[in-house]
Design a protein around this ligand. Structure first.
Ligand code: AMP
Ligand code: ZN
Length: 113
């Protein structure tokens, strides 16, 4: 499958992987938008958030728990952090394999651009 993140999972493209378990992989974003910018992906290919069903609810919950644990490990849990799923073009989704952005280490703005 011609999917960048599936290729990272398969080890065909290198990434700065900081965590993995049976279901997810976490790596540093190649173009970080904050001092902490991690990408959390499921090992299973799902193109967009529109494609999730009730069956994926535990997986999506697990991705958020992993984000929380990494935020604690990196000492940004108390200062704060942002978690984002971009879906399709208006949100700026560029890689069509769902991923959770974990951003922190600086003050975020609201509303987002
Ligand atoms: P999105 O715009 O939500 O689809 O986000 C895709 C993210 O993946 C962007 O923040 C990119 O900087 C990041 N990205 C793209 N290619 C790579 C790569 N090879 N390794 C790590 N991060 C990547
Ligand atoms: Zn994929």
């Amino acid at each position: 499958m011609d999917c960048l993140f599936c290729k990272i999972i398969a080890g065909e493209i290198p990434a700065d992987i900081i965590y993995h378990d049976d279901d997810v992989l976490v790596f540093n974003d190649i173009n970080p938008q904050a001092p902490v910018h991690k990408i959390i992906i499921p090992k299973k290919h799902i193109a967009t958030l529109n494609d999730i069903t009730e069956k994926e609810a535990p997986l999506i919950g697990h991705m958020l728990l992993v984000a929380k644990n990494i935020a604690h490990e990196l000492n940004i849990a108390d200062s704060g952090y942002r978690t984002i799923f971009n879906c399709n073009s208006d949100a700026g989704q560029e890689v069509f394999h769902i991923h959770l952005h974990l951003l922190g280490g600086r003050k975020m703005h609201w509303p987002p651009g």
